[in-house]
Design a protein around this ligand. Structure first.
Ligand SMILES: [Zn+2]
Length: 170
């Protein structure tokens, strides 16, 4: 199982490398989540060097995580897809210089390149960022439609008792 990548070679050659890892191996991602189904996280990393000799990597990763819906408290599977383009730098100092410099909205995030780049750690960081802050079903399946309020407060929502009365009648 590939877990380190030579980002310099990847960028120089414009190559792509891909691999997969078991979801269970991402312990930081799964911290606080319910027990997960056995599944694989797929990733790919594409290198690039532009005409200014700047080097980049584009990471893509797909995973499916099991989350607890914060509305109905049942578990559901959420597919996560991440895609991010990062500029490779050679020293931590370059990253710090960038962060204290002028804010350039077009500037890409930077990452320290390496001949033994820990790609799974980057995959895990990106998946963590992709987790919803408040996980929810789009429509909770365990509730009758009438009880499943959409976003927002109680305004306009029928009282649960009225709905139950209606269900009994039908
Ligand atoms: Zn739900």
């Amino acid at each position: 199982m590939v877990s380190t990548v030579d980002t310099w070679e990847l960028a120089r050659l414009g190559h792509e490398q891909s691999g997969e890892a078991t979801l269970a191996s991402f312990s930081r991602l799964l911290d606080g989540l319910p027990a997960q189904a056995e599944s694989l996280v797929q990733w790919s990393l594409v290198g690039q060097t532009d005409s200014l000799q700047r080097r980049f990597i584009t990471l893509r990763a797909d995973a499916t995580v099991r989350l607890v819906c914060q509305r109905c408290l049942s578990e559901f599977e959420l597919p996560l897809h991440v895609e991010t383009r990062l500029q490779l730098v050679e020293t931590e100092a370059e990253i710090e210089a960038e962060e204290t410099g002028e804010d350039d909205p077009d500037a890409l995030d930077q990452v320290l390149g390496s001949s033994f780049f820990d790609v799974l750690s980057l995959v895990e960081d990106e998946l963590i960022l992709a987790l919803p802050y408040v996980p929810k079903h789009e429509v909770c399946p365990s509730l009758p439609k009438e009880l499943d309020s959409s976003e927002g407060g109680d305004t306009g929502r029928p009282s649960p008792f009225a709905v139950l009365a209606k269900l009994k009648k039908d």
